[in-house]
Ligand binder design. Sequence first.
Ligand SMILES: Nc1nc2c(c(=O)[nH]1)N=C([C@H](O)[C@@H](O)CO)CN2
Length: 124
Amino acid sequence: MDKIYIRGLKVETIIGIYDWERTLMRPLIFDLDLGTDTRPAAASDRMRDSIDYAAVGDTVREIALALKPELLETLAEKIARTLFDRFPILSVRLAIDKPGAIPDVKGIGIEIERRREDYAVCGR
Ligand SMILES: Nc1nc2c(c(=O)[nH]1)N=C([C@H](O)[C@@H](O)CO)CN2
């Protein structure tokens, strides 16, 4: 499947399970792969036939700033669902890294993969 991707999107927000985390803006780093067929846009050369990655980045930023959840899992699921609502994508892989969450690691966070059918089947 073709992919449109975003790597290293940085958003400063409030997230975490501890009281001290609820008072600090801290960075999250987002990586996304959006499954799509790029051939219609390649044939027409029109933005309307593709997924606007700038709009996807705006959506991620908007949700990360508004939700302020405790868990990365909550944020990732909300972003995935919203991307399926707003864009005609077939799948999404979303990784969120939380720099500094624990000491002495190169990276730490979560990664989810969802397909449009995952939501259509259960009707949630
Ligand atoms: N699976 C998860 N584990 C942890 C999370 C999380 O969001 N998902 N969050 C924390 C704390 O907020 C931590 O980041 C504080 O440094 C711990 N574990």
